[in-house]
Design a protein around this ligand. Sequence first.
Ligand code: 2P0
Length: 324
Amino acid sequence: MTPATAYAHTNIALVKYWGKRKGAIAGLNLPATGSLSLTLDRFGTETRIEPADADDFVLGSQPVSPGEAAKVFAFLDRVRALAGSTARVRVTSRNDVPTAAGLASSASAFAALAVAATRAFGVSLDERALSQLARQGSGSAARSIFGGFVLLHRGARDDGADCFAEPLPSTLPVNLVVVRCGEGKKDTGSTDGMDHTAATSPYFRAWVDTHAADLDEARRALAGGDLPRLGEVMEHSTLKMHATTLAARPGFFYFQPTTIAVLQAVRALRAAGTPCWATMDAGPHVKVLCAPAVAGAVAAALQAIGGVRGVEVAAPGPAARVLA
Ligand code: 2P0
């Protein structure tokens, strides 16, 4: 193998993935629903792979749990199997996003790892196959292989062959205003959260049953350049996802008081004539979709809310890539 470095940007789902497909082979990590996302120009992961005597994983200056390291090594095993190699490597990653705080670090992490590891081990995959490989590390990572708006197909096959990501070319100008509403690790990781929800929430079935219609509507809105329609279905998707967690047993939620304050402010902005819509993931932060022309005003209004730790305006970002 040869040393290789890759960078992948994070992505935020507008129509969410939440829950894994029942009966599917666990290692393939097949989602119960498709999803539609936006890859961002801000936030991401740089990952370097070099030869080593034993597998090692270093994540900046942050401590790595045995579970996190095991996931990375298991992912390397998949790439080694494709390459017919037993070579051991050191993986050095740097996140430009707070790990496990709900800003989707696993999306950029496993996308960067997929690109770096396939390059290092000389495995040649097209982008679709790369997205399928990244998905096995983390569902959302499949989407970070591509830039801009991205669709991850749910697929129906148990072998995952029809579960892949692809870009949705669009000229719709958007910004995503990322509003940080808390710090530190969240209580319930997204994998545990979605598994517990799927197992115990009576609303999970309704989530799955109504999901394809949301995805269709978002695709149509995107194709038609209809930002209000895209924003409305985006907000619907996130509130529905979070409703499934409230109805789990025991129920749980990712909102902090500041999260709610920001959601209310987004509604107030809309009522006052500034079109903007909110989405939340498995963490307290709020991401607000709007046209670039109003992003500055939206950011300023949300920055002023007590408890908000920071606001950054992101734009659509590029695909994952090998760095020279
Ligand atoms: C998403 N999330 O679509 C959803 C919305 C969080 C909320 O994908 O178990 O780290 O590794 O496949 O991709 C975060 O979950 O989960 C996620 P796994 P992942 O972005």
